[in-house]
Write a protein that binds this ligand. Sequence first.
Ligand code: IMP
Ligand code: MG
Length: 201
Amino acid sequence: MKKPTSAVSTRSFNRVPASWSNDVETVLITEADLAERVKTLAQQIEKDYTGKEMVIVSLLNGTVMFLADLIRNISLPLRLDFIGVSSYGAGTESGDLVFTKELRIDVHGRDVLLVDDILDTGRTLHRVLAKLRKLKPREIRTCVLLDKPERRVESVEADYVGFKIPNQFVVGYGLDFAERYRNLPFVGVLKPEMYQDGAPH
Ligand code: IMP
Ligand code: MG
C-alpha cells in the first residue's frame, strides 16, 4: 500500500498494522466517506421505521463495525439480535453456509431489518431471508454496506445499500479475509496474491 498524501488518509494508513501494510492494494472507501454514508442510511431507516416495532437482525461477524455506526445514528426504540452465519473454509467464495448462532428474539409480527456487510452472490441473504420468513415477521427489509451486483447468482436485492462496488475482494471495516483485516478503519482492496496461491490461513 502506497503512502497516501492527505491528512485523513495518512491517519488511516498509520492504523494499518505494519505486517499487513503490503497486503492492501488501495483504499476503496475512506473512513470519512463511510461515516457520512452510514449516517445518511441511518437517517433513511429512522424515517422509514418511525412508529414501527423494529427488530434489527444482524449477521455475524462482518457487520460488527457497520452495525455499531449505523445503530448509534438511529434514534428509535429498536431491538437488536444476531444470526451467526459462516461459510466453510477460509476462501473468498461463500460455500456451504452453517448457522453458528440462532435468533433469540421473537420476530413474529415485527418489522425486521436484516443487516449484512456485503451482498455478493446473494446466497447468504437468500438463505437467511428464507429462514426468517418462516418466523412470520410483518415485513423484512434488508440493509447492506456494500453491494457487488456483478457477482449475483440468486435474485436478491437490498432495500438499503451503502455503496455499490466493482468485483474486487475487499477487507476492512468489519470485512475479513480468513478472519483477518476486520479492524482496518477503511474498506480496502486486498492484493489478489493474498488470496491466491500461498494465502494465509
Ligand atoms: P454472498 O453469500 O456471496 O452474497 O456473500 C456474502 C458473504 O460473503 C458476506 O457476508 C461476506 O462474509 C462474504 N464476502 C463476499 N464478498 C466479500 C468481500 O469482497 N470481502 C469480504 N467478504 C466478502
Ligand atoms: Mg466473511
